[in-house]
Design a protein around this ligand. Structure first.
Ligand SMILES: Nc1nc2c(c(=O)[nH]1)N[C@H]1C(S)=C(S)[C@@H](COP(=O)(O)O)O[C@H]1N2
Ligand SMILES: [Mo]
Length: 394
């Protein structure tokens, strides 16, 4: 492994990369040094961030091997305890609030609606939080708090149509079977603006990659909001409430807020300023075949591959640089599974013996390109700058 000092020294030789090199903490790279566990139901080896309620991160190598993250390696995040046995035959989805017909739907009722499948990346708003410098509080994820799956279910808008939305609805609130340990803590509930809730792509899903949702990923039903951070993807979904006024409860009004500027960044230590809810994701590329700090044998072209996401638009391109972003070479894109899916990429860089910092940047179909600098903010949300990868060619 490279030392931090060696990295900074190599960065000094390439001034444009200095900011990049000094902004990441090598000790935190996905280098196999974090504890893993195989102790969780329906899960293989996962990086253990917290046992209860579970926070399980996907190892980088899993992304390197798959377009669709296998269910047994898909990351897990719960705020509160949840039931560990669920009888799907008895599960009900209640729909109430500003509607004409309150409903209590069984899974069999949902299965009668038109079925839809969408490939989409589920990414925690705090993915990569542990890489911010200065460090911020919260789950210290590297970049494995995300995954790509084919989600199968029905459209939320079709379910809402059964209930009959009344005029004046402004939002739709979602709740699941989990509950806080202490009475006073606010239940985990999230809401979508009514316009977004009624788009074609928002699903109530029961299937994930051709199988039922794993318990830890929300069995038997979860909301899927392609292009938006997974805080909205409410698991073990059992209640939907149409609201005639904006949601002022804790998890919308107080939590998951980011600085209200285009990059959602702020100078460390600066006053918080205006904040807005975290919503859409941004394009990101992640190198998956080289763990930062690796030493690799010299080859004419060092293969660099990984996964990209386009945020709320498709991936339009991925480019690689080994000179701090002065020159970029395009990587080849893998199969296109739809605008919200991971898109794998593969390319090569001619790297002579010595130390290098590899950069991979994604651009989406809306023309948004990943910036070099990281968008520091106090909660570590929406991290979307380029993730540098240090290598030593020997
Ligand atoms: N019911 C419920 N749904 C939830 C949460 C939760 O705590 N309870 N956490 C949300 C957050 S913050 C994340 S990152 C995703 C994680 O989805 P996963 O565990 O399927 O990967 O679930 C979301 N849905
Ligand atoms: Mo999250």
């Amino acid at each position: 492994m490279l030392t931090r000092r060696a990295l900074i020294a190599s960065a000094l030789a390439a001034p444009a990369a200095a900011q990049v090199a000094s902004s990441f903490d090598l000790g935190f790279a996905d280098n196999g040094l974090r504890p893993t566990s195989r102790a969780f139901p329906q899960k293989g080896e996962m990086i253990l961030q917290r046992a209860s309620p579970p926070l399980l991160e996907t190892p980088l190598a899993v992304f390197d091997a798959h377009d669709f993250t296998p269910n047994d390696r898909f990351f897990v995040r719960w705020h509160y305890p949840f039931p560990t046995t669920i009888d799907p035959a008895r599960h009900r989805l209640r729909i109430g609030g500003h509607i004409t017909r309150p409903l209590s739907l069984a899974l069999a009722d949902l299965a009668r609606l038109p079925r839809v499948a969408i490939a989409a990346v589920n990414q925690c708003a705090g993915n990569g939080r542990g890489l911010f410098a200065p460090r911020v509080a919260g789950a210290q994820w590297a970049n494995g708090a995300m995954g790509n799956a084919l989600w199968e279910g029905v459209r939320l808008k079709d379910v809402l149509a059964l209930a009959g939305i009344k005029a004046g609805a402004v939002a739709v609130r979602f709740g699941g079977l989990d509950a806080p340990l202490v009475e006073a803590a606010p239940d985990f509930e999230k809401s979508l603006p009514i316009d977004h809730a009624l788009t074609d792509d928002v699903l109530i899903a029961w299937g994930m990659n051709g199988a039922p949702l794993p318990l830890l990923n929300g069995f038997p039903l979860r909301l899927v909001v392609p292009g938006w951070y997974s805080t909205y993807w409410v698991k073990m979904l059992d209640s939907i409430e149409v609201l005639a006024r904006p949601d002022d409860r804790y998890w919308m009004a107080k939590a998951y807020l980011q600085p209200a500027n285009p990059l959602a960044d702020i100078a460390p230590g600066a006053p918080a300023g205006p904040r807005v809810p975290v919503t859409a994701m941004r394009p990101r590329a992640l190198v998956t075949n080289i763990a930062s700090g690796a030493r690799l044998p010299a080859r004419p072209f060092t293969p660099v591959q990984g996964v990209a996401l386009g945020g709320d638009h498709g991936v339009a391109g991925v480019e690689l640089s080994a000179d701090g972003g002065r020159h970029w070479v395009p990587a080849q894109l893998g199969p296109d599974h739809g605008r919200y899916s991971f898109r794998r990429f593969r390319g090569g860089l001619a790297l002579p013996p010595g130390r290098h910092i590899i950069l991979a940047r994604a651009r989406n179909a809306a023309g948004v390109e990943q910036p070099l600098a990281h968008n520091w903010n106090p909660s570590g949300y929406n991290r979307a700058g380029i993730e540098p990868v240090a290598v030593e060619i020997i």
